[in-house]
Every structure is written in C-alpha cells, then in structure tokens.
Write a new protein. Structure first.
Length: 391
C-alpha cells in the first residue's frame, strides 16, 4: 500500500506510530489499533480513512434494498443490551412465526418492493427442531428465488447445533442444502472475553464465534461481521476485536463487510450498569473514530465498512460516509431488534431514494448493491436541493 505524500506528511505530523503503519497497509498489533483510537487526531484519521475508502471503492457508495425478518423473539440467552427478547417462561408474551408466514412475507417484499436480500435472525429458542429452520429457509427461497437469503448469526448456528444435537458443520450443511446463501455478522458484540462475559455471559465465547465463521467460510458461505460499541468497552477491547477479525480475514477471506453497531441503551439492563453510567454517552465523534479506525485497521483485508443508519441515526451515518464508510446499509423494511431498544420507530425502514441521497450528499456515486457488492443502477432520481448543484 503506497499512500500519497500529503497523507504520509499528515500522519507523520500526528506522531502516532500505529497510524503511520496503517496507511502503508502494514501488520498491526492490538497496541497499534488502540493507539490510533486513543491518540490520533480525528481530522487526520478522517482524511486517511476517507481517502482510502474512496480509492478502494472507486468513488462508489452503496446501499441495499432488503427486508428484515425475525422468526422469534423467544430467547434463553438474556443479553444485557437486548430489549427485544422474551424468556421461554414468558413464551405466551412472545411470538414464533411459522415457516409459511415467513415465506409469505418474503414473497410480498420480493414481488412488491423488489428486495435483493432477506435478512433473517431470531432468538435462541430451545424448543425449535432443526426441521423448523430448514423449512423456513425453503419457504423463503421458494417465495423469493432471486433474493439472497442472509440468515442465522454465528451465535444462532452455535445454539442450533447444541440444541438439536448436530455439529456446526452439519447444521450449516443442512441449511445450505435448504437454500441459505450467506450469514449476517450479528452476535459478535465485542470479541474480548473481558467485556463479552459481562454483557452477554450466556453467549458462545469469542473463540467459538470466530470458529463458526471460519467453518462457514471454508464451506463457501460468506458472512458479515459486526462490533457493538459505546457501552462499557475501552479502546483496547475495540482494538482486540478488530485485530481478531483482521487475522481471520487474512486466513479465510470470507468477510464481506465490517459493521460497527452503536449500543442503543433504551430500557436495557446494560443501560443501568454502573460502568455504562460512568462512561455516559461518548458522543458522535467517538462513532466517527470507530469507523475511521476500522477502515484503516482493515485496509486491504475488508473493503466494505458500513455506516449503519439504524443504530447511528441518519445524520451521523451521513457523516460517517466521510470518515471511512462506503456503505449506508439497507432499507431494512420491518427492522425490529435495534428499533426495540431505541426511542425512534424505524420498522418501516428507509426508502432507497433517501439512502441514495445520503450517499450523494457525502460525495459518493450512489449505487444499489446486492449482498455480495454487485452493483446496480438506482431505481429513481436522487432527491436534490439547490445547494447540491456542485456535487
């Protein structure tokens, strides 16, 4: 990786060794990434991250028209940051959608809205047999044959394997045979056991989570990877997470995109945790540092860094598109998990024209994409304002 002279000078003036190493695409330690996050001036991070984002993606910023499905909110895992789940003992207060209903909704979205992706996740329900998941996949693929089905996080795959008495490879084999196309990246939270065990003590370990992605990648199943931030983590935990993701990507090449997820406190137990209260809201500049550092630390490994508007909000996501992000996510028609913990209602999703607008305002050539970043022309005109005439 050969940075331009102006960027080398800017990084040198900042005096942050990790940043100087990052802009050359060198191997980075946890300390290097932590140093960038803690000490590098934001304007330098932004300049470097935005330069490489636009260079890597040839100026194309993207979004996807997708549908969100949650097959159940019954879950035994009881994560402290989740306001979505209903424990099994209160099952009557929750829901479980039968496969035929999931297929019907997917078919309607495919035929009426032209969604290119079905994103499906759910709670860890110990009463569901393996056949339920297979039938759900089959019904969705029958109803929306041209859409990519991206379903079941590594956390869910691990739980399904244990609950049904199958190995992870057997679960993935059966789901792929039923029609599964890709895996979402949720459930990663922070891949540092020091924090993970405190916020999600019943989830699989960081090692298990990454191993499931490793197995999926080797089976030809690509996936995204997320990171939950702005709760009780320190910069060193963020750095450990990113470096672990980077190392697995160097091994398998199976990650499609990196998706930072801001914690929405709502009424979750984590919002009342003394460590969270002590840290308080770290403000929007922390989000922008996270996005910029992710771009630089994953340079040459993961090309797509997402500004996830559902957790960041529209305006901050738009700003992140000038701080290393190249993608604003999707329409996410019917999103429910993050929305449940947020004060804002987002379940109707966002129109494609609005997503394209945010990309255009941030100086990108807006294009629609599919799960694997194949690009398509926009379906309509981008809304414009008089002051946008120079863009």
């Amino acid at each position: 990786m050969e940075p331009p002279r102006w960027l080398e000078d800017l990084a040198s003036e900042a005096g942050v060794i990790g940043l100087e190493r990052a802009i050359h695409g060198d191997d980075l330690s946890i300390r290097d990434v932590e140093e960038m996050l803690r000490e590098a001036p934001l304007h330098v991070l932004a300049a470097a991250a935005d330069y490489y984002a636009r260079k890597v993606k040839n100026g194309v910023g993207s979004y996807i028209v997708n549908l969100y499905l949650a097959y159940t909110n019954v879950c035994v895992t009881r994560c402290t940051f989740c306001d979505f789940y209903v424990p099994p003992e209160r099952r009557s207060k929750g829901y479980l959608h039968p496969p035929e209903r999931l297929g019907k909704v997917a078919g309607l979205a495919y035929n009426r809205l032209g969604v290119r992706e079905i994103h499906m996740v759910g709670g860890n329900d110990p009463e569901l047999p393996m056949e339920y998941y297979e039938e759900a996949v089959k019904r969705i693929k029958e109803a929306a044959p041209g859409a990519v089905l991206k379903a079941f996080t590594a956390e869910e795959i691990g739980f399904i394997a244990k609950a049904t008495g199958n190995s992870v490879r057997e679960v993935l084999d059966r789901l792929i045979a039923a029609g599964l196309d890709a895996m979402p990246g949720g459930g990663a939270e922070i891949l540092s056991e020091d924090v993970r065990r405190r916020i999600a003590p019943l989830k699989i370990s960081s090692d298990e989570f990454l191993e499931i992605h490793r197995i999926a990648h080797k089976m030809g199943l690509k996936s995204n990877i997320t990171m939950l931030y702005a709760h009780i983590e320190d910069p060193v935990h963020v750095a450990e997470h990113i470096v672990r993701v980077r190392k697995l990507q160097e091994e398998t090449g199976g990650f499609i995109s990196f998706i930072p997820l801001r914690f929405n406190p709502g009424k979750t137990p984590l919002s009342r945790h003394p460590d969270y209260r002590k840290r308080g809201d770290r403000g929007g500049l922390y989000d922008l540092r996270i996005v910029a550092v992710a771009r630089l630390a994953l340079l040459g490994r993961i090309d797509n860094i997402m500004a996830y508007w559902i957790s960041m909000g529209e305006k901050l996501a738009q700003a992140a598109l000038s701080h290393g992000a190249n993608d604003i996510g999707g329409t996410f028609y019917n999103e429910s998990v993050i929305s449940k913990a947020s004060r804002l209602e987002k379940r109707k999703g966002m129109k494609p024209s609005r997503l394209a607008y945010h990309l255009t305002v941030a100086g990108w050539k807006a294009m629609e994409r599919d799960t694997f970043y194949n690009y398509y022309q926009l379906r309509g005109e981008v809304p414009r304002h008089p002051w946008m005439h120079t863009i």
